[in-house]
Design a protein around this ligand. Structure first.
Ligand code: SAM
Length: 317
């Protein structure tokens, strides 16, 4: 743990793979065939461990000592906080997937602005260094590459995005979107279980404080992580949705997640091929007394449009 305080802001890596479509084990199991020991070895390099796990017909969800890991047949998402070295997982994961007959076709890395940037080890010293490291570890078939720092009015809340894909890397299914919510200066913490009552919950309470949770609902995950310490309190909520869902559900889910923590500042990043998602975010925040202070939008080849919005409580400008 960093001497200065615990770094709540997560680093998030999403890797997509493809294999022989005529091989049913690839489409039904794929990366889920990786044995637990191999996953543990990758996590050891990143410097975290599995603390609890659950799986269903579609994917496996792991709560980590530092956030979460989701393994789908052709997609893997790792989210880690603290001083973990997440990008060091890229090379071993590509190697393990190759042994299963899977080739990487998409990579997306995102993170907010660290509260304690000086505590971050290589290759997370700064975004430029992170991008160099990612590029060095990706194969040449991932040719559409783009890195961007999406600004906000407050420099403490920039959003860092790197995305790359091969020319067959149309890795987001039509209508699917990801919402990443980062909250600081928390006021309370009650009612997490009500955010999605349908989800199977797998969680972990840390000693002396801290809480992590994965929700599993069909083929979709949601995840919440909480660092409650005074002075650097932080919580994140992330979920995958579809534009074909009831649009009011998107608003209600976001409202419930933010109401649990009553944060002073909320930043929300949405990644989607559709416009309607980010407009819903503002509709969810305004009734909670949160005003949009900044808005940034950028296009990423094959990953889609990333919209980054920051909101602060109307009482604290
Ligand atoms: C639950 S994890 C989640 C991190 C997540 N990114 C966040 O900050 O919301 C971090 C919290 O657990 C606490 N914690 C206690 N033991 C820990 C451990 N062994 N590893 C990581 N965090 C631990 C930290 O002090 C912090 O409050």
């Amino acid at each position: 743990m960093a001497v200065s305080g615990f770094e709540g802001f997560e680093k998030r890596l999403e890797l997509h793979f493809f294999g022989d479509d005529n091989d049913p084990t690839v489409t039904t199991m794929g990366l889920r065939l990786l044995d637990f020991e191999s996953l543990e070895n990758v996590l050891r390099v990143v410097q975290c461990t599995v603390v609890s796990a659950v799986g269903n017909h579609f994917f496996d969800a792991y709560v980590l000592s530092e956030s979460s890991l989701f393994v789908y047949p052709t997609k893997i998402i790792i989210k880690t906080c603290g001083t973990t070295q997440l990008l060091k997982s890229i090379r071993p994961l590509i190697h393990l997937a190759k042994n299963l007959g899977l080739t990487i076709c998409g990579c997306r890395y995102t993170r907010g602005t660290f509260i304690f940037p000086k505590s971050q080890p290589f290759p997370h010293i700064n975004f430029k260094q992170e991008v160099i490291y990612i590029e060095e570890n990706l194969p040449n078939n991932l040719c559409f590459r783009k890195a961007s720092v999406m600004p906000s009015k407050n420099p403490s809340y920039s959003w860092h995005v790197f995305s790359s894909a091969s020319d067959n890397g149309a890795h987001f299914s039509d209508g699917e979107f990801t919402v990443e919510v980062c909250m600081t200066e928390l006021d309370r913490l009650t009612g997490i279980g009500n955010i999605n009552p349908r989800a199977l919950i797998c969680d972990f309470v840390f000693d002396p404080c801290g809480y992590s949770m994965n929700g599993v609902d069909g083929d979709r995950y949601s995840t919440i992580h909480v660092t409650p310490e005074d002075g650097f309190s932080y919580a994140s909520f992330e979920y995958v949705g579809s534009v074909y869902d009831d649009q009011d559900d998107i608003v209600e889910t976001l409202k419930k997640a933010v109401q649990v923590f009553k944060p002073a500042t909320v930043s929300v990043s949405t990644t989607s091929h559709r416009r309607e998602v980010w407009t819903r975010v503002a509709h969810a925040m305004e009734p909670l007394g949160l005003k949009c202070r900044s808005f940034a939008m950028d296009e990423f080849p094959t990953a889609g449009t990333v919209v980054f919005q920051t909101f602060t409580a109307a009482r604290r400008k």
